[in-house]
Design a protein around this ligand. Sequence first.
Ligand code: C2E
Ligand code: MG
Ligand code: MG
Length: 412
Amino acid sequence: MSQDTTTILIVDDSKYNLQILSTMLSNQGYKVLEANNGSSAIAIARNSDVQLILLDIKMPEMNGYEVCKILKKSTLTQNIPIVFISAIDNVEEKVEAFSVGGVDFINKPFHLVEVLARVETHLRLNSLQKQLLEQTKLLESQNNILREQISNLTGVDWGLYSEIKEGFSLKQMRLFYQPIVNLEINKTTGFEALIRWKHPQRGLISPIDFIGVIENTDLVYEAGRWVLDTACKQLRDWQQSCPSNANLTISVNVSTKQLAEPNLAAYIRHLLNIYQVNPSCLKLEITESTVMGDRDLTLVFLHQLKEIGIQFCIDDFGTGYSSLRRLVDFPIDILKIDRSFISNEDWIIVKAIGSLAFSLGKEIVVEGIETTSELSILKTLFQSSLANCYGQGYLFAKPLESDLAFDFLTHN
Ligand code: C2E
Ligand code: MG
Ligand code: MG
């Protein structure tokens, strides 16, 4: 740092001190500004490019601590290093000097060489700190550019990835529960667990906005396990709260990539064991693309869990391509008819999927029932098989927070 451009402010109510410090520092090539009281010191610090302040403590009107506190509060002056110079020589006062934000303390009477050595040290330290800050900023912006480039190349939004990861560690994720109703007895027999992100600033975020990043990265393992754990624990609580809930079921969405996780089946068995949940009460929803993916891997997974009685459901059925061969070969219990068929009133397709399911000995869940007329059409379509026919949709309830889901269940 060139000393010509380095400005030091000296604040002291003693003219004598001002003069000798000022002369010494000017002789060293520094630009020196002087103030003999607190308020003019603050004004000078705000309006000039001051790099260091030598500040007396005992002054009339405003003492050095007060001046320091005010300077540290303002973004304009908070980064200027302040070195106290005072005749006070007790420990408490020195501690106070550091606690209000001073970087050093020089005793009066001072030695000019000592003052000079300390001034130079703090100027150097401050300049290094500034350089470090600038380098950090530069690195951050380079990091953002790199991240954007990687996002474009991999198709994953890595910024969102980090935020989701943080969301999990800060426990911002929630499961909501949407009732699944048996259409013969018109009663809620289970819930589908659906993830939500309770973001402190952005509010409740829908899975549509972040599930893709989870499913396409390693987050799928942590998230998948968290969802399974939370859902099983919730089911245990609801089942234990009342004997009539003993057979309540919970449906959990499992993505294709999750199946590749070694030991997932063992993990699920472990959860059922620790929460003492009957495996037949857990339903895993997989998609048609999972069914049509790695045949052997999926079959091993399905059989490992089928053995103990877990049920499997194909979600959004009808929107992908399922081979009828696999529908027969795979131990699937339920077809969940995609809600687009209901909203488009494709009743012939709905009827055809239902007939296929029933003749293969499977049940159906019709998703996206929003109106009473949709419900009565479905009841007419499937009147002879209503016991194996379930409905899910806003007509019954939207996905609910766990307390509200429990209320819904008890007042069903
Ligand atoms: P999904 O598994 O097919 O879940 C059903 C979606 O349909 C839910 O959206 C639900 O809120 C919505 N829905 C239910 N009834 C109606 C209705 O009557 N009308 C309309 N318009 N929509 C209805 P949500 O909760 O936004 O979930 C979207 C998708 O995100 C899910 O589709 C599922 O694929 C995925 N997802 C949610 N939670 C998880 C999770 O824990 N793990 C995984 N892997 N995926 C999840
Ligand atoms: Mg689902
Ligand atoms: Mg679905």
